[in-house]
Design a protein around this ligand. Structure first.
Ligand code: HEC
Length: 137
């Protein structure tokens, strides 16, 4: 940790910055500007949008990266049905419409965009509740 002078607020990695921007335009209407599940659309939805700052706490203190990517992507039915994400748009499809070209190129774009968003989400996770054992990182 000798060289780690980075203040996470000021020196956010560029990918986290891009994730934050994407989150603001695609997700905050439902999930809220800080991810707390309190966006302006929340009250008209049948299912309340999840509090996305609690993903880590809900997963025993470990951020569920791969699972979160799949939930956001939404094209894998086992991740949409299991979590009953009905009002949640299928971002894998939406994002693939942003670029033209081969299926491979579209897929790269989708993966990159979702990757940025997931890194951003990872950066906004709430600290563990005081009663839980401190994470060992
Ligand atoms: C139209 C409203 C809406 C938008 C826009 C939206 N979501 Fe959601 N999202 C929901 C709802 C509602 C749920 C809870 C659904 C459920 O669990 O049945 C949810 C659930 C989730 C979950 C699962 C949380 C958990 O605890 O398992 C994740 C992760 C998530 N959203 C991420 C995102 C991201 C990232 C974006 C932007 C790319 C986004 N959402 C955009 C409505 C939305």
């Amino acid at each position: 940790m000798a060289t780690a002078s980075a203040d996470p607020e000021k020196r956010a990695e560029p990918s986290i910055e891009r994730g934050r921007e994407a989150f603001r335009s695609y997700c905050s209407s439902c999930h809220g500007i800080r991810g707390g599940g309190d966006g302006p659309l929340a009250e008209v939805l049948k299912t309340p949008p999840a509090d996305l700052t609690q993903l880590k706490n809900k997963n025993g203190g470990e951020f569920p990266k791969a699972k979160t990517e799949k939930i956001i992507d939404g094209r894998d039915p086992s991740f949409t049905r299991v979590h009953g994400v009905t009002d949640m748009p299928v971002w894998g499809e939406r994002l693939s419409l942003e670029v033209s070209g081969s299926a491979g190129k579209k897929e790269d774009h989708v993966r990159r965009r979702i990757g940025f968003i997931v890194r951003y989400l990872e950066s906004i996770q709430a600290p563990a509740p005081a009663t839980a054992p401190a994470p060992t990182k």
